[in-house]
Design a protein around this ligand. Structure first.
Ligand SMILES: [Zn+2]
Length: 567
């Protein structure tokens, strides 16, 4: 129910003729003009969802009492006013509510009620103080919507859909992901990953490494909002190109886009403060979560998702700095890939398309620069003539994983358009305002996809620094538990961040080893009588049947080396 309360010097009204056939004919007395001085006129519209009549009446009376007390009036006029809502209740219910409210209000006030279902002429003089016009909505909880649903039924509908592994290869990352408890998907969020603790450890490991090498390479890091006004996407040009893939939302009658890429946010950060040539090249990274609409039928595990994290970076520089910056970015890419045994197989250089912006001169320069750097770095590259974006040429890196499969991960893209569209500037040595050139670049590409490739290419046997569980300690029998516990505590103490677990269940060693192998634990320490007597560790190194013996010191230094050195 909606009400509009008006504090008046006076209100007068007179019914003219029936607006609704169904309402009763008025008595001669009721047909006369009413005139009420110093009244609170309550304009009312009873709505469809006001089905709980006694509750609505109760709340309406409370609201009126509250307002009347604030403005100190004794005279109330209940005035049916259908225009307050486009979702009106039936006349019977509306009349019942108004009659009951009138009876209740009469206990405290002088109440008049204007007839329901009649065209009326009316006149009033509203006092103009701050409380003289108040609108309220009366909602009885549970009645906000007419929707009916059964939460239990809904729960059944969304309940976890089982992974159908019958058509997947055994090293499919979805199968390994389930075995190692890394992540899951749910149909309530298509193409969006639910990271479990173990998966998040790997993801965070990739991020920590990324941050470390980027900091060393002189990058700053920023983070920009997830949803941004549609205007921004129209300025950037994404609106025309990507409109169909953008999730939209509304806020206070403004249209917003859930970001499909990070660049525009980055432009606003650049523009926030005037820039000098001394700050260039300016390298700014952002691990941005982006959303792109894809048809649900095309989604597949981590390889094709709707929500993903881009390891984006934008390098703002002068034309002269392009060559050096592309070279630096290439070195960084090679360094990152080397940690995962990924080798760049070949590079594709896409050049100017027919429809493009920017002068031929700048296209000449940038294509030549990219070619020069690729040649200098002895990269195996091929040219895709005309395949560049309208705003600049790009290079795509195709890597080969340990199974010999090819993946496109990293991309570098020169951009003349975005700085133009956002009117980016810097002040040069000669005090002139100039426009920087921009390089967009990703190395992992999508963190989710990269992780999927990594899981498949290693069959889940991640390097020690990334493994969710790095060491597991097993005891042969209960007799060895105390010593095994001591080994566990000592390792934890010596390497505080070590991800170590114990398995002292009363089951056989082969079954404990099997469980640890499913989790792809790099080092399984087995403690039996012999180890206890000789005070050393029998270590089963992942992937080999052989048992190696270490002293505690030797094992600690081996682990530290692998974790700190990221091997
Ligand atoms: Zn970008």
């Amino acid at each position: 129910m909606k009400i509009l309360s008006l504090h008046t010097d006076y209100i007068k009204f007179r019914p003219l003729k029936k607006a609704l056939k169904s309402v009763d004919t008025l008595s001669p007395e009721d047909k006369e003009e009413k005139h009420v001085e110093e009244a609170l006129a309550i304009m009312t519209a009873v709505e469809k969802h006001d089905t709980n009549i006694s509750e609505v009446v109760k709340k309406l009376v409370e609201e009126i009492q509250d307002i009347a007390e604030k403005v100190n009036v004794k005279n109330i006029v209940l005035y049916p006013y259908a225009h307050l809502s486009s979702n009106l209740a039936s006349p019977e219910i509306a009349i019942e509510i108004l009659e009951k409210a009138e009876a209740e209000l009469k206990k405290f006030f002088n109440v008049s009620r204007a007839p329901f279902g009649y065209y009326k002429e009316f006149e009033m003089k509203v006092k103009g103080h701050p409380l003289s016009e108040l609108s309220r909505e009366i909602i009885i909880s549970g009645d906000e919507t007419a929707e009916t649903y059964d939460p239990k039924q809904l729960l059944r509908e969304i309940s976890k859909s089982k992974l159908d592994s019958s058509k997947l290869k055994p090293n499919d990352h979805r199968i390994i992901g389930q075995q190692m408890d890394l992540f899951s998907f749910n149909e309530t969020a298509p193409g969006m990953v639910f990271w479990h603790n173990n998966g998040l450890i790997i993801r965070n490991g990739l991020i920590d490494f990324w941050r470390e090498v980027h900091k060393k390479a002189g990058y700053q890091e920023i983070s920009t909002p997830q949803i941004l006004d549609k205007k921004l996407w129209q300025i950037s040009g994404h609106w025309e190109k990507y409109k169909d893939n953008i999730f939209l939302t509304n806020y206070e009658k403004r249209e917003f886009a859930v970001k499909p890429m990070n660049c525009p946010g980055g432009m606003l950060v650049y523009k926030n403060r005037p820039k000098s040539y001394k700050e260039l090249p300016l390298k700014v990274g952002e691990l941005g979560v982006v959303h792109r609409m894809e048809l649900s039928g095309t989604l597949g595990g981590l390889f094709r998702v709707i929500q993903f994290t881009q390891d984006d970076a934008h390098i703002f520089c002068t034309e002269k700095q392009i060559e050096q910056e592309v070279e630096n970015a290439l070195d960084l890419l090679a360094l990152v890939y080397s940690k995962f045994d990924f080798n760049v197989d070949h590079v594709e250089l896409s050049t100017r398309p027919e429809k493009r912006i920017g002068s031929d001169k700048i296209w000449d320069i940038s294509e030549r620069v990219l070619e020069k750097v690729l040649t200098k770095k002895k990269m195996n590259f091929k040219i895709n003539p005309g395949d560049g974006a309208f705003y600049g040429p790009k290079i795509d890196f195709h890597v080969k994983d340990s199974l010999g499969r090819n993946w496109q991960c990293g991309t570098f893209q020169l951009d003349f358009a975005m700085p133009e569209r956002f009117e980016l500037e810097y002040t040069d040595k000669d005090n002139q305002k100039k426009r920087p050139v921009m390089i967009h670049r990703v190395i992992y590409g999508s963190l989710e996809r990269f992780l999927g490739v990594l899981i498949e290419s290693t069959n889940g046997r991640l390097p020690t620094w990334l493994a969710p569980v790095q060491v597991r300690v097993l005891n042969f029998t209960d007799r060895n538990q105390e010593y095994a516990q001591r080994i566990f505590e000592q390792l934890k103490q010596r390497i505080p961040n070590l991800r170590i677990e114990e398995d002292f269940r009363q089951t056989t060693i082969p079954s404990k080893v099997k469980d640890a192998e499913i989790m792809r634990v790099p080092y399984i320490i087995v403690v039996g009588d012999k180890e206890e007597k000789e005070n050393n560790l029998a270590v089963r190194v992942r992937g080999s049947k052989e048992i190696q013996t270490f002293s505690l010191d030797e094992f600690v230094s081996k682990l530290k080396k692998e974790i700190d050195g990221r091997v």
